[in-house]
Design a protein around this ligand. Structure first.
Ligand code: NAD
Length: 425
């Protein structure tokens, strides 16, 4: 028996239902037979692990983690590890599927994967976080290695978590294997530019979209960013450096708003010290719902899935939505944004900077030969600009929205690879 593919039954879809719904919309534009269409819907492998972690008190607590490989026709599977209490198998399936399309869209030789542990990392001490990571890494050993499956950071994980993962794998095999994960610190084989890659890529695609619509003056553009972690804070910082006005940012506790523009380096320093952007001086506190409806030109959802939906997409004031997060808009939310003429730069295009520089990191680790930052950032810029143009061309060709066009571009590449390889045996 294979797992049932969910039908789209209600509005507040879970992430997997959103991913399947988007796929069903896009694949109609490709002349593929039903068998191939069905094949690409399914995750190839799903792995669930339950494992113990010793708390600092000496007590043993059980945790559940997952790793899903969606499709590996184009190469080893690639995708982040998420630590969050909202992690479910369906969420990991969706994120793995989006990774397949994202890698294909930017033409890098990877399939899609994702992993996660059901835990709030903020409730763990550093020692507990390290023990949880090392045990989870060892549970994933049957799947993970530099030629088959390469994790990276995602929500709730960071470069230190990747260093522990890399060390656990390396100690098990008996020699150092930097290429087993990406998003590592520079001291253990990380790449220049990886930390800021996703946020920077978001702004590269935002600019491509603004320029397409003849909007070339950063000082006239106001931006609101939901989520102030790796993606949101780096997108806000890069936009601020380029002369855009970032008027609102938020994290899980709420947001801050200043119509005159926020001093983003100061907000980053404040949040690092206080653990949240809330109560930043020279700004008004707002809720996350208010942030999504902030008067601005560009809204960047950079927190998590399902944030823009049927009940709030009408409240969006922005003229552009550039998706830093994976799956922040439900299909009904999408319909509303599209009907209102809001330009949506979809997740698999807008946040692909992370997987692109992760690929550069893996290439550098495999060759033990490292590039300077200019080379990394110039290559990132070129790949993202090219992908944007291809999506735009497909949107015009089929007269479809940018999300469907991005998925069509990606699914076509994966479908061609599958057909060329053939169906084993
Ligand atoms: P992170 O853990 O560094 O930051 C997440 C941020 O979102 C934090 O500020 C957190 O407080 C906030 N947040 C969490 N839940 C929220 C909620 N319900 N409402 C409002 N804010 C909330 O994570 P990240 O790496 O920045 O990832 C953010 C999103 O970007 C995720 O969807 C992730 O899958 C996606 N993404 C990340 C990367 C990457 O390279 N890190 C690459 C591509 C896509």
């Amino acid at each position: 028996m294979v797992v049932a593919i969910p039908e789209r039954t209600h509005e507040h879809l879970n992430a997997y239902e959103t991913a399947i719904s988007q796929y069903n919309r896009a694949v109609r534009y490709l002349d593929y037979d039903e068998g191939l269409v069905d094949y690409m819907r399914y995750p190839r492998r799903e792995f669930t692990v339950n494992f113990p972690v010793r708390r600092d008190t000496g007590e043993i607590e059980m945790f559940t983690g997952y790793r899903v490989h969606h499709n590996t026709a184009l190469g080893p599977s690639k995708g982040g590890l998420r630590y969050s209490t909202a992690v479910t198998l369906d969420e990991v399936r969706a994120l793995a599927m989006w990774m397949t399309w994202k890698s294909a869209l930017v033409n890098i030789p990877y399939g899609g994967a994702k992993g996660g542990v059901v835990v709030d990392p903020r409730t763990l001490s550093t020692g507990e976080l390290e023990r949880l990571t090392r045990r989870y890494a060892s549970e994933l050993l049957p799947l993970v290695n530099p030629m088959s499956d390469i994790p990276a950071p995602d929500m709730g994980t960071n470069s230190q978590v990747m260093a522990w993962f890399m060390d656990t794998y390396s100690m098990t095999v008996g020699y150092s294997v930097p290429a087993v994960v990406t998003g590592k610190p520079m001291s253990v084989g990380g790449s220049e530019g990886r930390t800021e890659a996703t946020g920077r890529g978001v702004i590269i695609t935002m600019e491509a979209s603004l320029h397409t619509h003849g909007e070339d003056d950063p000082s006239r553009i106001d931006i609101a960013v939901q989520g102030f972690g790796n993606v949101g804070s780096n997108a806000a910082l890069y936009a601020h450096e380029l002369g855009y006005r970032v008027v609102a940012v938020s994290d899980i506790d709420g947001g801050i708003y200043n119509p005159g523009g926020l001093d983003i380096p100061a907000v980053i320093a404040f949040a690092a010290e206080r653990g949240s952007v809330l109560d930043f001086p020279r700004a008004e506190n707002i809720t996350n719902e208010e942030l999504l409806a902030t008067p601005c030109d560009v809204l960047i959802p950079a927190a998590m899935e399902g944030q823009l939906h049927r009940d709030n997409a009408d409240d969006v004031k922005a003229r552009y939505v550039v998706e830093g997060a994976n799956g922040p808009t439900t299909p009904d939310g999408d319909d509303i944004l599209n009907d209102r003429g809001i330009h949506v730069v979809p997740d698999i295009l807008a946040n692909a900077g992370g997987v692109i520089v992760s690929y550069f990191e893996w290439v550098q680790d495999m060759q033990a030969f490292f590039w300077d930052k200019d080379e990394v950032l110039n290559r990132l810029q070129r790949i993202m600009a090219k992908a944007y143009k291809q999506v735009q061309a497909n949107a015009e060709l089929h007269q479809i929205d940018m999300r469907t066009a991005a998925q069509v571009t990606a699914i076509k590449r994966v479908g061609e690879a599958i057909q060329t390889r053939g169906f084993y045996p």
